[in-house]
Design a protein around this ligand. Structure first.
Ligand code: PLP
Length: 257
């Protein structure tokens, strides 16, 4: 069985973060492992507190996994702050990491900063160049590039600028644009467009985590990048269609086999 690791934060209500990642891994038939970077106290209505895990503990979690197990793909999600980012980057460098999917998690849908503002530079400098693929949504692409993005052309320009920062592939997700949702994959040479009908639901908690984990699962299973993204898009589309309410706020997507 293929083995896929998430390095990310815990979401106590189970809709996003490592919980979403592990559910996605199981749904894809890969064995999921987790290095926890931070614990959030969270429900469908918001994030109420965060406790960061120490750099020593993050380093140790990564080391013991890689010393023992061959990892087929890695997904990185919530990384909180500069120290956490540096620890992850430095520790991973000792290993031959295959298929690194970077979800540059910044602000939750409820408006909570899951990445400290001053940690942006460390993310760009330390993690972007290591990524096989980075999966920013529009607000994240705006923070990374400093551009204002409100058209598909602006998404293409941002994808190019982010590609120049070092990742092999850039997937700019257009879900925040008005109208039809278009995602753009850029390999440094050409663009591939993924069009999907917009699904009207308020229950979209954990969509970004789920998409990036689906891509990591697919890469771990040996799919090409374009196949991995296409299948992950199909998965998240159905997962959103089948999303449901579990509390009073934004409910989770549905993980299915
Ligand atoms: N909590 C954690 C630990 C996350 O990693 C993320 C997103 O990556 C979120 C919450 C935010 O989820 P959403 O914005 O989909 O509600």
């Amino acid at each position: 069985m293929k083995k896929v690791l998430t390095i990310a934060g815990s979401d106590s209500c189970g809709g996003a973060g490592i919980q979403a990642d592990l559910k996605t891994f199981s749904a894809h038939g890969v064995f999921g492992m987790s290095v926890i970077t931070a614990i959030t106290a969270q429900n469908t209505q918001g994030v109420f507190a965060v406790q960061d895990i120490t750099p020593e503990m993050i380093q140790k979690q990564i080391e013991v996994i890689f010393e023992d197990i061959s990892v087929d793909a890695v997904k990185i999600g919530m990384v909180s702050k500069t120290e956490t980012i540096q620890t992850i980057a430095e520790t991973l460098k000792a290993y031959n990491v295959k298929n690194l999917v970077l979800d540059p998690v910044m602000v939750s849908k409820s408006g909570f900063h899951l990445l400290q503002l001053e940690a942006k530079e460390a993310l760009i400098k330390n993690l972007l160049p290591m990524a096989t693929i980075i999966t920013p949504n529009l607000p994240e692409a705006e923070v990374i590039t400093g551009f204002e993005i409100s058209t598909v052309e602006a998404m293409e320009k941002a994808a190019k600028a982010i590609h120049d920062m070092g990742p092999q592939y850039v997937l700019v997700k257009g879900g925040h644009l008005e109208g039809e949702a278009v995602d753009i994959l850029y390999d440094g040479n050409q663009f591939i467009y993924y069009n999907a009908q917009r699904i009207h639901t308020k229950n979209t908690h954990g969509t970004g985590c789920t998409l990036s984990s689906a891509i990591a699962s697919n890469l771990g299973k040996g799919l090409t990048i374009t196949q991995a993204v296409e299948e992950a898009k199909n998965y998240i589309t159905v997962a959103i269609e089948k999303s449901f309410a579990i509390g009073q706020g934004v409910g989770p997507v549905h993980h299915f086999h």
